[in-house]
Design a protein around this ligand. Structure first.
Ligand code: MN
Length: 286
């Protein structure tokens, strides 16, 4: 059975350990194995306090990371790229403090709606930085998983095929693909085939409906996704990534265009999703 987790913003938008504690307690009570904690400003995170909370609840965590334009490693500006590389080492150190063994997400570039296409020089900068960061991560016992984002959030990596291509150029066996049903729904001809194409190079999965509401109430073909995961014998983590204006992280909600209160009860949403994911995985395994 895959470890099942929830993004912390299903529960809370703040890094205050006293707000994360009840989220961890409620998620653990439902049966979740891990929380996904998005490190956006490493200096604001009390890694040891988070680690103690997780341990007290028998949970582990994964860490997600993205860049803003001022630390965009796919920029042509050497200063911005250097800032981005330095911030990734800080994020890795914070992930290690929290006991995380995976750095996941769209860390290949800045998350925003871009006005122009990427340049080959900018793309090469990202490849060169990620080669060094992947090596540092390995020394720290952290696996990296690169996430394609939809066209409104990235102009660099939109599909699983593009992620595989970039990872080949990075040339690290510590870099895997992270696929997300929300982004695949926009960019992939077939999400199930995108998962199959990754095979044993898939390292992380985000599940969300097409509108980030309750799983199974939208247009995503989840049975096909669970079947593809079973076919490639994927045994890695699967994380629920749904957002609602009911839970706000000021630094992130606007960037992801979370304008509507698609759901309002975190516990109910997470409880429903846990059963949905567990039953879906079990049914596909037969
Ligand atoms: Mn995602």
């Amino acid at each position: 059975m895959n470890p099942l987790g929830t993004h912390f913003q299903v529960w809370v938008g703040s890094w205050d350990p006293e707000e994360i504690r009840p989220a961890a307690e409620k998620a653990a009570a439902i049966g979740y194995d891990f929380l996904e904690l998005p490190v956006r400003a490493p200096e604001t995170v009390d890694g040891e306090a988070i680690a103690r909370i997780l341990e007290a609840n028998g949970m582990f965590c994964t860490t997600s990371f993205i860049h803003t334009p001022d630390t965009d490693i796919a920029s042509e500006d050497a200063d911005i790229v250097a800032k981005g590389e330095a911030l990734m080492y800080e994020a890795l150190a914070k992930a290690r403090d929290m006991g995380s063994t995976r750095l996941v997400g769209g860390f290949h570039s800045s998350l925003k709606k871009h006005d122009t296409a990427r340049t080959p020089a900018g793309r090469q900068n990202a490849v060169d930085v990620l080669r060094r960061v992947a090596e540092r991560a390995r020394e720290m016992g952290i696996v990296m998983c690169l996430e394609p984002l939809n066209r409104y959030e990235s102009n660099l990596i939109n599909t699983g095929g593009q992620a595989l291509e970039m990872i080949d150029e990075i040339g690290s066996d510590n870099m895997f693909v992270h696929l997300d049903s929300f982004h695949m729904n926009i960019e992939e001809a077939s999400p199930a085939n995108a998962l199959r194409e990754c095979g044993d190079r898939l390292g992380y999965v985000h599940l969300a409906e097409n509108f980030r509401g309750y799983l199974g109430t939208g247009t995503i073909d989840f049975p096909a996704i669970f079947k593809a995961l079973a076919e490639i014998n994927y045994d890695g983590p699967i994380a629920l990534e749904v957002f609602s204006a009911a839970v706000v992280d000021p630094a992130h909600s606007a960037r992801l265009a979370i304008w509507r209160e698609v759901w309002s009860d975190s516990e109910d949403m997470a409880g429903h999703a846990f059963k949905f994911m567990r039953d879906g995985v079990e049914a596909a395994r037969g």
